[in-house]
Design a protein around this ligand. Structure first.
Ligand code: MSP
Length: 588
């Protein structure tokens, strides 16, 4: 049975609660979609409620973007990774006192979507509405503090796309020409013959072709299209990358893009005849053609800032966000973001993004996790099983920037047990325990004149931690940041065991030492929780609450040894009611 026949039989109408098998079709998954569809698309920055930043409202906000997600399949953990990474950096900027905006959304046009809707016997817009809402639900469930959720089917986006087309047209960068090439529907991209490989289907003996870069099937296509003079930008793109050696992170990706640019670029087809593609934005002034989906999609980053900025004052324009400070993308969509996108912007005489951060992929049993392979991890189920912040932590602690990482539920459980529970939670409950700390108070900081040798190593780690963390986070290396935090916590737990406070508590003469070990432990927990706020936006503040750290003392200025509890003694109370990371019941 063909997959479409299968779908139509099992799924006469796509429904919000359809419990479906993701093995058969990417759209099939057992996720409930909430009915709440009326929320405003723009919401205030979380800076307003998360940290008291005192950010200057005339300063350009830090603008960070996630890619916008295709609506031909429901979200998987890889999608969530792009979003959590972006959200973590946005929150990191807020921690440092900068106003930040984060945009995310859904990519709703193109042949992929048209075909998926056809397969399901649905109207395209109904499919878009449903799946877009699933992404929104996911990002809400995962505490992604997006400030804008953009959908490419919105009228404000069509206006921005029309404007960019007009700008390129007016400057002579668009012409009409015959286009022949290998087209991949799955990648929504044409590939030159040199990037295509012939394959043999051993069962049927039929030959077919794939794109070398993505392994996706391509077919030879000849059509009359509008083309963009991408060839005019090879030198400019090279110059940009040479002058901005940090434009693309990690460095290996920067070099990869430079290697693509060693060969002059060919012009790019930026429209498809309506006879082939109906679901898209029409070409201004020519209804017989529809905008190439990547040109449409990439423009979303401008739409979010209010482009074409027509009714904006100079002052409003200055704080609209553009150019983006960081654009987070998966490595599979690097060419679109690091070649086509800056070329479009250069052609329209707009600033290019300051940085593109390309992350690696999650694999399952070492195979790329993808909807077409059917080996995806459902992020809703994962968060339900382990908790939102545990999944966020796992993604940021174990997900690769340069190298792929293999997703493993066993490892999520281990990180929870050993790191979150065993290090962070344990240190907190030990140092707040009634047996060792009957008054539940944070002792005063021990004298810094002579540091007890027992605490020397921990003291140094606490002193160095902010700089290591800052460096790692400024380079988008969350793994290094969490490793530094947990390395410090491991030392703090080791000191605790070595100093044996359970013996010190029995001897009034050891009061200073007992106070010192309790202070260092609680200070370690405070520093860890403060720095984990961008990654664990629920659990970290909850720990700071238990430590009675005031809301206005949770920003970067306080992320230094000895900067906590500067207020009166009564407010230095530690209130731990239940373990923050209780032992999980293991499934039989
Ligand atoms: N719609 C385009 C992006 C347009 S941006 C102007 C697209 N969408 S996608 O839904 O296929 O992918 C969105 C993001 O999810 C990309 O950053 C992609 O790399 C990421 N991931 C998809 N699978 C992934 C993994 N297995 N692991 C990590 N991230 C992956 O591409």
């Amino acid at each position: 049975m063909s997959s479409s026949a299968f779908l139509l039989r099992r799924l006469p109408r796509y429904s919000h609660t359809a419990a479906l098998s993701s093995q058969r079709h990417p759209l099939l998954a057992s996720v409930r979609v909430s009915q709440a569809r009326t929320r405003a698309l723009i919401r205030p920055s979380s800076a307003l409620y998360m940290y008291s930043t005192g950010a200057d409202q005339t300063e350009k906000p830090y603008y960070i973007t996630t890619p916008i997600f295709y609506v031909n399949a429901v979200p998987h953990i890889g999608h969530l990774h792009s979003a959590v990474l972006s959200d973590t950096f946005k929150r990191f900027q807020e921690l440092k006192g900068r106003k930040a905006i984060l945009s995310t959304g859904t990519d709703e046009h193109g042949l992929k979507i048209q075909q998926a809707a056809e397969l399901l016997g649905m109207k395209e817009i109904d499919l878009c509405n449903d799946v877009s809402q699933r992404f929104r639900d996911l990002f809400d469930a995962a505490n992604i503090s997006y400030t804008t959720f953009i959908r490419t089917t919105e009228p404000r986006h069509a206006e921005a796309v029309k404007e960019i087309w007009d700008q390129l047209w007016a400057r002579g960068y668009i012409y009409k020409g015959k286009h022949e090439g290998w087209y991949s529907v799955s990648d929504e991209a044409f590939y030159p013959s040199t990037h295509v490989q012939e394959k043999l289907n051993e069962k049927t003996g039929e030959k077919y072709h794939i794109a070398v870069e993505t392994g996706k099937m391509v077919e030879w296509t000849t059509e009359e299209n509008y083309k963009f003079k991408l060839s005019a930008f090879t030198d400019k793109l090279n110059e940009w990358l040479e002058q901005n050696p940090n434009a693309i992170l990690p460095l290996s990706r920067h070099q990869e893009v430079q290697s693509w640019l060693k060969t002059p670029l060919a012009d790019l087809s930026i429209s498809r005849p309506r006879s082939r593609l109906t679901w898209g934005i029409p070409i201004p002034g020519d209804d017989s053609h529809v905008m190439y989906v990547w040109m449409d999609a990439l423009t979303n980053y401008l739409t979010v800032t209010g482009y074409p900025w027509k009714n904006m004052s100079e002052a409003q324009r200055a704080v609209c966000g553009w150019p983006a400070d960081a654009q987070v993308v998966g490595k599979d969509i690097l060419r679109f973001h690091a070649v086509y996108w800056p070329a479009f912007l250069m052609a329209a005489e707009l600033d290019v993004p300051k940085r593109i951060v390309a992350h690696a992929h999650w694999t399952q049993s070492k195979m790329k996790m993808s909807k077409s392979v059917g080996n995806v991890v459902d992020p809703f189920t994962a968060m339900q099983e382990f908790g939102t912040d545990t999944i966020r932590f796992y993604l940021m602690n174990d997900g690769g920037l340069a190298d792929d990482a293999d997703y493993s539920s066993a490892l999520v459980a281990e990180r929870y047990r050993k790191l979150l529970g065993g290090q962070l939670g344990n240190l907190l409950s030990r140092s707040a325990s009634a047996a060792l700390n009957p008054s539940s108070m944070v002792p005063t900081q021990p004298s810094q004149d002579t540091i007890d040798p027992n605490f020397q190593a921990l003291h140094s780690k606490l002193e160095q931690l902010p700089a290591i963390y800052d460096e790692a986070m400024s380079n988008y290396a969350t793994t290094q940041a969490t490793h530094a935090i947990f390395d410090m916590l491991a030392e703090a737990n080791a000191v605790f065991s070595r100093v044996e406070p359970w013996n010190l508590v029995k001897d009034p003469a050891s009061k200073d030492r007992l106070d010192a070990v309790l202070w260092y432990s609680l200070e370690s927990v405070r520093m860890a929780a403060l720095l984990l706020q961008p990654i664990m936006p629920t659990k970290a503040p909850a720990i700071l609450d238990e430590l009675s750290i005031r809301k206005d003392e949770r920003s970067w200025e306080y992320a230094h040894l000895g900067r906590g509890w500067k207020t009166d003694t009564e407010s230095r109370r530690v209130v731990v009611s239940a373990p923050m990371f209780p032992a999980r019941k293991t499934k039989k």
